[in-house]
Ligand binder design. Structure first.
Ligand code: DQA
Length: 143
């Protein structure tokens, strides 16, 4: 089956962006690892990144229309985008699964990162394992 893996703002800067928090792997490295595991698990992976909220909402709608499961790193939108949250609610109410992922563990960071407006409409969340968060999300969807 097909899985949409969506990445929000600033994740295109991975590798050089706050490496002490996010590690030294680039988004291309994450994509590579995700594609490799996807192939192993029999999942067809569509991997995308945008800095634009409207674009991300549009991709979520696309997943809803196509009946796809979604792995989403909403990045900073996690903490305040009700538009993204409402779009994400469509995924789970359509009977598909949404895994929220984070490279870091937002609960162990600044106060403003402790709230996720997406978490309440996700099937589940994986956070704190770097690229491993994405890989665990794929394993969750494959079973
Ligand atoms: C992040 C955590 C968010 O708080 C932050 O805004 C990001 C990345 C993560 O993957 O750890 O951009 O979603």
């Amino acid at each position: 089956s097909r899985v949409l893996v969506l990445n929000g703002p600033n994740l295109n800067r991975l590798g050089t962006r706050e490496p002490e928090v996010y590690g030294s792997e680039s988004l291309a490295d994450v994509e590579h690892a995700v594609r490799a595991l996807g192939a192993e698990l029999g999942l067809e992976v569509d991997f995308r990144q945008t800095n634009d909220e409207s674009q991300l909402v549009g991709w979520v709608h696309e997943a809803v229309d196509a009946g796809l499961d979604v792995v989403l790193n909403p990045a900073a939108f996690t903490h305040y985008s009700y538009a993204l949250r409402d779009a994400c609610a469509l995924i789970t109410s359509a009977g598909r699964r949404l895994v929220e992922v984070h490279l870091s563990n937002p609960a162990a960071r600044e106060e403003f990162r402790h709230t996720s407006v997406v978490a309440g409409v996700a099937t589940g969340t994986v956070a704190g394992f770097g690229t491993g968060s994405y890989l665990l999300a794929l394993h969750a969807l494959a079973r």
